[in-house]
Design a protein around this ligand. Structure first.
Ligand SMILES: [Zn+2]
Length: 281
């Protein structure tokens, strides 16, 4: 008997994707990729979160995907301080997007000490502003953290007990996973599970209880093997589910159901909520 998720290279199925940049997918792969995503997800209960990366990208994303019944939106500013008019101006404009009902979360927001766009202090200020915004608006926050585990942990800790804090594309080890979990965070894993250094991410993945675990593509990035390096779409997520199920020794269907449940808990009523009728493609 064939396994629909295992066959996802050729026969995609709709699975929860907690992080996919659909406008980048369109830019990299064109309309045909969007049509394939729409055909796989429309009419299913699965959802895709489209995160923001800067203070003024919300309207364009809403224009492009706002009528897709399975897409939900977050709005946030990626840690690239030199690209902003100023931190305070950018945060003020972001707040207008975050307060809209179509925006169900803040993010992505965080720290990136790999690219280091802005000093650590500037990145912290931009991130702190978004943590406070999420808290003020009562919305969850999706966190980007690269080579900055300790600084991220310090900043999210005071918030993680008050609102859902989701670390996306988790890339640290099992000990860090444990520390973020103890702080109250949710962790989301991407296709880099299938890349080198398997023990580090495998331990992290196994440290996460099912009720804190999400999965994502981070499309168009992080395409799981055997397509590493090629642009991904949410239709590539089946291989990440399959690997995660294998490493956690749980049936795929159970993992898929639990990720869907956790996403609904993290993102609140707007996650499952009905969209206006008439969405077509
Ligand atoms: Zn992202």
């Amino acid at each position: 008997m064939s396994d629909p998720v295992a066959d996802s290279l050729t026969a995609p199925v709709a699975l929860t994707d907690s992080h996919a940049h659909l406008s980048y997918v369109r830019d990299r792969l064109g309309e045909a990729a969007l049509t394939a995503i729409f055909q796989a997800y429309a009419g299913t209960a699965a959802r895709i979160l489209d995160p923001g990366v800067t203070y003024n990208d919300f309207d364009d994303r809403l224009d492009a995907f706002g009528d897709w019944p399975f897409v939900r939106f977050a709005s946030g500013i990626w840690p690239d301080v030199p690209a902003l008019p100023s931190i305070s101006t950018a945060l003020a404009q972001l707040e207008r997007a975050v307060r809209r009902p179509e925006c169900i979360a803040v993010g992505e927001a965080g720290l990136d000490y790999h690219w280091m766009n802005g000093t650590a202090a500037e990145q912290a200020s931009l991130f702190q502003g978004q943590l406070e915004l999420a808290s003020a608006c009562g919305k969850p926050i999706v966190v980007h953290s690269r080579e900055a585990a300790l600084a991220t942990w310090r900043l999210v800790k005071p918030f993680a007990g008050k609102l859902p804090v989701l670390l996306h594309c988790f890339s640290y080890d099992g000990e860090w996973a444990q520390r973020f979990l103890e702080a109250g965070c949710y962790l989301s894993f991407a296709g880099n599970l299938s890349y080198g250094k398997p023990d580090t991410l495998r331990q992290a993945l196994r440290a996460v209880p099912a009720n804190r675990l999400l999965l994502e593509t981070d499309a168009p990035y992080m395409n799981p093997l055997p397509r590493r390096g090629q642009p991904s779409t949410p239709l590539d997520i089946g291989r990440t589910y399959r690997l995660a199920a294998e490493w956690r020794a749980v049936p795929l269907a159970e993992l898929a159901a639990s990720v869907a449940t956790v996403a609904a808990e993290v993102f609140g009523p707007g996650w499952a909520g009905l969209k206006p009728a008439g969405a077509t493609r």
